[in-house]
Design a protein around this ligand. Structure first.
Ligand code: PRP
Ligand code: URA
Length: 248
């Protein structure tokens, strides 16, 4: 029954990709209310295809990942609560637009080190002076369930007063994200104050984090099909950090 379900999902998601069916039509059990999938931009499809290609060199992986993250960071910064609707007076009329009414004082970007640092830098370029937190978590690749292990954390003292962009390019089992969110919650941050910003996710991981933190919002570029026996995302990109930093 399980392999039948996976096959159905594979067929459904491939068909959706081919025919351009929207997120609301997805058959998955993930609650899409709190999940935004930014997969309808052609530039996202172009740049992420380069990352997915196993023949892409480290240099091209880095260049394309940085370009992709710049797009993702722009979108993330448009989703923070201080961005409000505004009537804009143009030289020739009125436009219903948006405005960021907040300051970086109440905003924080927290990376799940190491790969999250890349996305953190993309956010910092667009929002200089933004508060920064670091949580070093590594998957234990020797453990059967790829358990997430916490090594280090450093967060701004007033993080409980901030809206938090929690950044990591990959969401597989969800173990690393759950561990990082627990650290934030221990420091007074409510899941509703967090936007998890991500490139590649998978349904199982999303379901796992939603069970623990139903109020947390997610911005991702893709919900991929499933995980292989080593808990790598399929089709995915392989090991993101290793490919970006050339440590394969
Ligand atoms: C990767 C990735 C996430 C984690 C996702 O990090 O950046 O943090 O795996 O997997 P999960 O959802 O199953 O926990 P990794 O531990 O490989 O470290 P890296 O960033 O140094 O490559
Ligand atoms: N971490 C990665 O870098 N890639 C995956 O597919 C899963 C975890």
């Amino acid at each position: 029954a399980f392999s039948q379900l996976i096959t159905q999902k594979l067929m459904a998601s491939n068909a959706m990709r081919l025919f351009g069916i929207s997120d609301v039509d997805r058959l998955w059990e993930v609650n899409m209310e709190n999940v935004t999938v930014l997969d309808n931009l052609r530039c996202v499809q172009l740049l992420s295809s380069k990352l997915r290609d196993k023949s892409t060199t480290t240099k091209d992986f880095m260049l394309n990942a940085d370009r992709l993250m710049a797009v993702l960071a722009e979108e993330a910064l448009s989703m923070i609560p201080s961005v409000k609707q505004k009537q804009i007076q143009t030289p020739t009329g009125v436009f219903g637009g948006l405005e960021d009414t907040g300051s970086t004082e109440k905003l924080c970007v927290v990376s799940i080190v190491r790969s999250g640092d890349i996305l953190q830098e993309a956010v910092r370029k667009l929002s200089p002076g933004i508060k920064v937190g670091k949580i070093l978590i590594q998957r234990d690749e020797e453990s059967p369930d790829k358990r997430a292990v916490l090594y280090y954390k450093k967060l701004p003292k007033d993080i409980s007063d901030c809206f938090v962009l929690l950044v990591d390019p990959m969401l597989a089992t969800g173990g690393s994200l759950i561990c990082a969110t627990e650290v934030l919650v221990e420091n007074g941050v409510k899941p509703e104050q967090i936007l998890f910003v991500n490139l590649f996710s998978v349904e199982e991981g999303l379901e796992n984090i939603q069970k623990k933190f139903p109020g947390m919002r997610v911005l991702t570029l893709s919900i991929d099909e499933y995980m292989n026996e080593s808990k790598y995302i399929v089709p995915g990109v392989g090991d993101f950090g290793d490919r970006y930093y050339g440590t394969t």
